[in-house]
Design a binder for this molecule. Structure first.
Ligand SMILES: C[S@@+](CC[C@H](N)C(=O)[O-])C[C@H]1O[C@@H](n2cnc3c(N)ncnc32)[C@H](O)[C@@H]1O
Length: 244
């Protein structure tokens, strides 16, 4: 009886936190839904829904984001097509890094549209601004975020894009709650992550995510899965719409 009550209590805690799926389920469910797990080489020793969160990619590695072969490896032209951008749109590139996507999106939403380029590392935002200046792109607004908050105004965005970022958010629930609040009715969140289902994708495992895991984690937010586009060589494009 005691055992049953304990198990029921644990289940209630987990449901409240919506965080009890995956191999670490019930290991150490905290009220937040995060668990402490043994730290792996690329991780931070903290898990959400059975997934260890990856360490943040440091600004010292920024050149990798702008590598010449990236276009061939990741085909951002196909990604941009899937985003269905139009002049005038308000977009946030969350975890923008050097602005590889923000700079391309900014050109496609002009005139009238703006890209808020959000990052926690000021060095990334400095590099992004320098590149945008050199390329004559003037509709990007840099936003220095905190680990828990992307600092976006409520109901201000048509689209929030996270490319290769979600898996390294230290506080994924808090950050995404703010991102979803920042969407206008009908606004979309697009997560682009390296496909964990595909062993041929040459990226470390903590820096990949399966589509199922992405959808499980997004289910704690007021979002509806719209579609998944598997048109890129290495990544999924998973599109969600704000549920009103
Ligand atoms: C692997 S890089 C990807 C950069 C860019 N999206 C791209 O594809 O070129 C991940 C970026 O996310 C940023 N980041 C990590 N945690 C963040 C958070 N909580 N809020 C905003 N940015 C974050 C990192 O500083 C880093 O610039």
């Amino acid at each position: 009886m005691q055992q049953q009550l304990l198990s029921l209590r644990r289940r209630q805690l987990c449901l409240a936190a919506a965080a009890c799926v995956g191999p670490h389920a019930f290991a150490q469910p905290a009220a937040s839904g995060y668990e402490t797990v043994p730290r792996s080489a690329d991780g931070i020793g903290k898990a959400f829904m059975g997934r260890e969160i990856a360490g943040v990619m440091g600004w010292q590695g920024a050149a990798w984001l702008e590598r010449e072969e990236r276009e061939r490896q990741e085909r951002s032209d196909l990604l941009l097509r899937e985003l269905r951008l139009a002049p005038g749109m308000q977009v946030a590139d969350v975890g923008a890094g050097t602005g590889y996507h923000a700079r391309r999106i900014a050109r496609l939403v002009a005139p009238g549209g703006t890209v808020q380029a959000v990052d926690v590392q000021p060095q990334m935002l400095e590099q992004l601004q320098a590149r945008a200046r050199r390329e004559g792109v003037d509709n990007i607004v840099p936003v220095l975020a905190s680990e828990r908050d992307a600092r976006l105004a409520p109901a201000s965005l048509d689209l929030a894009l996270l490319v290769d970022v979600y898996h390294e958010l230290e506080y994924p629930v808090e950050v995404m709650a703010g991102v979803v609040r920042a969407l206008r009715p009908g606004g979309r969140v697009v997560l682009v992550e390296y496909r964990a289902e595909d062993p041929a994708v040459p990226i470390k495992s903590l820096h990949k995510m399966s589509e199922a895991q992405i959808r499980r984690e997004m289910a704690v937010h007021p979002l509806v899965h719209e579609r998944t586009a598997n048109v890129l060589p290495w990544q999924h494009i998973v599109v969600f719409v704000r549920r009103d």
